[in-house]
Ligand binder design. Structure first.
Ligand code: BTN
Length: 247
């Protein structure tokens, strides 16, 4: 990963550019980075605020030899790589929010957006979109964010080298990807659980049309969240917004 690196001062979205490169036959492992994005994309069609000079906006083009149903599990790979890079660069241990955010002090420091292009024969490519708030100042966050957000700099008090961070991130991404290709996703999911602190805790899962409360039991082998409900049944959550409940 990263043997080919394309850097841009400005892009609409690194994910959009990486998709074009994927469509044009670009190589497995190509990394697209931009200093700023004019239309950074978040999940659920939201915007990802992407000011210049401060953060990391990156997308990795992968052509993994896995069936399409396994592709969502690649999110755990980028989450673990980001968490490890944060730990390596700053010494602070981040937490992960299921399925794909990285948090410091309960505030979002990184967001991940994977996109897949698949046909019946299999995956053509997957884009791992990675946005990490490295040096963003408090005033640069929009006031109306859905979830409390922070940057590594706000959390640690000191500036973070974007170059050092990218180098660390690429090393971890590459190591995890190789492991995944040789051993499958279980070591990656196990590593992810090492950054997850909600096992045994009560949470609320918002499914848009309903909200369910339960106690987290962990993840299953494909990364679904296992929730023990009050009536004793086990709910297997594949998608939803998880909020910790106090107590
Ligand atoms: C989220 O909603 O949490 C996901 C945010 C993902 C943002 C990154 S920044 C680099 C890449 N390019 C995009 O347009 N989005 C992702």
């Amino acid at each position: 990963i990263g043997s080919e690196i394309l850097y841009f001062d400005e892009l609409d979205s690194t994910n959009a550019r990486a998709r074009q490169i994927g469509d044009a036959g670009g190589a497995d492992g190509t990394l697209v980075i931009a200093d700023r994005q004019t239309a950074g994309k978040g999940r659920m069609g939201r915007q990802w605020v992407s000011p210049p000079g401060v953060n990391l906006y990156a997308s990795v083009l992968l052509r993994p030899p896995i069936p399409p149903w396994q592709a969502p599990q690649l999110t755990f790979l980028s989450a673990v790589a980001v968490a490890r890079a944060i730990e390596e660069i700053s010494g602070v241990r981040p937490r992960v929010k299921w399925p794909n955010d990285v948090l410091l002090d309960g505030k979002k420091v990184a967001g991940l957006l994977n996109e897949m292009n698949a046909e019946t024969e299999g995956i053509r490519y997957v884009i791992l979109g990675i946005g990490v708030n490295l040096n963003m100042g408090a005033h640069q966050f929009p006031a109306d964010l859905r979830y409390p957000a922070t940057s590594l700099r706000l959390h640690t008090g000191g500036p973070v080298s974007r170059l050092a961070f990218v180098q660390s991130l690429l090393r971890h991404l590459d190591a995890l990807y190789q492991k995944c290709l040789s051993e499958g996703f279980s070591p990656v999911i196990a590593a992810w659980e090492g950054f997850f602190d909600l096992v045994g805790k009560p949470v609320e899962v918002d499914f848009q049309d309903r909200v369910v409360r339960g106690v987290v039991e962990g993840l299953d082998d494909i990364g679904a969240l296992l929730l023990r409900l009050a009536d004793g049944t086990l709910e297997r959550v594949l998608a939803g917004d998880v909020r910790p409940l106090s107590s």
